[in-house]
Structures are given as structure tokens and as C-alpha cells.
Design a protein around this ligand. Structure first.
Ligand code: CO
Ligand code: ZN
Length: 328
């Protein structure tokens, strides 16, 4: 199995990212000077610099949105609540899986009019009573959309956990591509609990005390029929350089540096303003006395659904831009 497939298939709802961390550790161990896991579960890899450079923290989150079991009813249906930014409507009729391998399908209370919320959903795991259901999974157990990867055309991949495993892939590829010696010290953080409020990156940034921060995450696009918001970012348009989202207004000097490096290295980029959402950049920028921070985004369709779709040419552009930033 390729590294990317293994990343996309790894079970890892917020707070339970350990398996994904093991996959990443195995892939990058040979190319970093140290790697450890902190008390929250962040996987932190360090590449020493030449001594005259800056300390740069780069973050990509390992966690994936999911559903947590709140109870089971008398007929064996699991009742659930959201873990992260779940759009309940996009989960209905989907397939889910728990860490212990129990599988389920998602139904919704038909009486719900309009927008269903996660609490209106239920998960059918094939149980016929509350006792049977709670013998299969426990209250508090989490499930995620069952992993699969679908190739669309020549360049595109769809998978439920693109957000944000594709960014973990970008960060790992950038690390693997670094020359033996470079000036900047690089603290690569594969963070936990981004989807529930940038929690892992907050702790990691405080500990790392970086001179500059970069988050890598997916971003929304406007290149589908009747998009919710008109955005110029599109699949195949290159790496997106974030200007702002709901969590961060990127530091102008970092944005300018990214745009300059993209020109110098002939990397296709597009400017991104996302009127909603958040990334680890928001947590890094606000740590201690403040940190100049930017973000590189992989354009992605259908975010927070089973169909999260990216273009591999954009992924390559993101690897190139991130590598250039780490060496700048
Ligand atoms: Co997300
Ligand atoms: Zn994300």
C-alpha cells in the first residue's frame, strides 16, 4: 500500500490520531533529527538547521471529523453527536466504521424538516436491542466515514479523509525532499484535534516557540455548479496561498514571501480568501507574543463529506511551495 493510501485509510477521529501518527512516523523517521509525541498526541519531528536560520513550525492535522456515540435506543440504533464540523446532511446513507472494526450505516429521523443536525442522525450497526448495540460499541466511541479512495479522471482523487491527510502527505513529502543541510530549524507538527478547535496546534506552538508558522490544510473551492459561496479558488489552479479565513488573517510578510517564492520557483498559486472555516494557522499566530504566520492550502471540493476531492497537480504545487518556504 502506498503512503498516501495508508494515510487516507487510517482511523483517526479527533483525539484518537495514534494510528495515523504511527504511519507518518514510519515514513519520516529516517529524514529527521528527532521525532516524538507530546502529551496531547501531536507528532513532532525536528530537522536541525545550520544555526543562522529561523525556527519554522509547520502544522498539518491528523484528525478527521466523526460521530461519537451518546447512547443506543431500545431497537439497537446508536444515537450520536458531532465530533468537529459535521454537516449531517452529507453523512446520511453513508458508511461508517469504529476503531474496533464495527461498521454501520447512517440514517436520519424522517420527521426532521430542512437541515438535519448530527443529533437527528442514528447509526445502524445491525443490533436489535440497546444491550446488543452497547456490547458492540461503547458510549463515547467514535466512528468516521469508512475510508476508500476513488480516482477521478487522470489527476484527481476522492476520499473521506482528504481533510487533512492530504496535507500530512504534503508536509511529509516536503520533509523527505529537503537537502542534507539547510539554515532554518524545522519543527514539523502533525497535529491533533484541529477539527474541534485547533487544540493540538495551540499546545505545540506554545512549546515550539517558532519565529514563523505555516499551516497546511485543505480549502474550499468555487468551481462547482452553484457553489455556496463564489470563490475564485479552483481545482487544478495550483497551491492556494491563504489570505484569511475565520481563524486567521495571515501575516502580510509571510503571504508576500510565499508569493515571491512561487514566482521564483515557477509554482502555480492562487490567492485564497475563505469566508468561513479555520486552520492551525489561527492557533500558531496567537501563541505567546504572536508569531508571523501563513498557510498553504490544497484546493478541495465537497469538504467534510465522503467525496473530498483534490487534484494531484495542486498537491505537487503545495509540496514545492512548502519546500521553498522551509529553505527560504
Ligand atoms: Co476540516
Ligand atoms: Zn482541515
Amino acid at each position: 500500500m502506498t503512503f498516501l493510501n495508508e494515510l487516507l485509510g487510517g482511523f483517526g477521529p479527533s483525539g484518537h490520531e495514534g494510528r495515523v501518527a504511527e504511519t507518518i512516523r514510519a515514513a519520516i523517521e529516517g529524514c529527521v533529527d528527532s521525532v516524538h509525541t507530546d502529551a496531547m498526541g501531536n507528532l513532532i519531528a525536528v530537522r536541525r538547521g545550520g544555526g543562522t536560520g529561523r525556527r519554522i513550525m509547520v502544522s498539518a492535522h491528523m484528525d478527521h471529523i466523526g460521530l461519537a456515540v451518546t447512547d443506543a435506543d431500545e431497537h439497537g440504533f446508536l444515537r450520536v453527536c458531532a465530533v468537529g464540523g459535521v454537516h449531517a446532511g452529507r453523512l446520511i446513507s453513508g458508511h461508517v466504521v469504529f476503531e474496533n472494526g464495527v461498521c454501520g450505516v447512517v440514517g436520519v429521523e424522517e420527521k426532521v424538516k430542512g437541515e438535519a443536525k448530527a443529533v437527528d442522525l442514528y447509526v445502524d450497526i445491525g443490533a436489535s436491542s440497546r444491550e446488543e448495540a452497547l456490547a458492540m460499541v461503547r458510549i463515547g466511541d467514535m466512528c468516521v466515514m469508512r475510508p476508500r479512495v476513488t480516482k477521478l479522471g487522470e489527476h484527481r482523487l476522492a476520499s473521506p479523509a482528504m481533510d487533512d491527510r492530504i496535507a500530512c502527505y504534503v508536509l511529509a513529502q516536503a520533509l523527505l525532499s529537503l537537502p542534507d543541510a539547510h539554515e532554518n530549524e524545522i519543527v514539523a507538527v502533525f497535529s491533533v484535534q484541529e477539527e474541534v478547535g485547533l487544540r493540538g496546534a495551540e499546545a505545540a506552538a506554545f512549546a515550539a516557540q517558532p519565529d514563523m508558522g505555516i499551516a497546511v490544510d485543505v480549502t474550499g473551492v468555487g468551481d462547482v455548479p452553484e457553489p455556496a459561496v463564489k470563490l475564485p479558488v479552483k481545482l487544478g489552479g495550483g497551491a492556494a496561498i491563504k489570505i484569511m479565513d475565520s481563524s486567521v488573517i495571515c501575516t502580510p510578510s509571510v503571504v508576500a514571501m510565499m508569493e515571491r517564492l512561487a514566482r521564483e520557483h515557477d509554482i502555480p498559486v492562487q490567492r485564497e480568501v475563505l469566508p468561513f472555516g479555520g486552520t492551525d494557522a489561527g492557533a500558531i499566530q496567537r501563541t505567546r507574543g504572536g508569531v508571523p504566520t501563513g498557510a498553504i492550502s490544497i484546493p478541495c471540493r465537497y469538504i467534510h463529506s465522503e467525496a473530498e476531492t483534490v487534484d494531484l497537480r495542486d498537491v505537487e504545487a503545495c509540496v514545492g511551495l512548502l519546500r521553498a518556504c522551509l529553505l527560504a
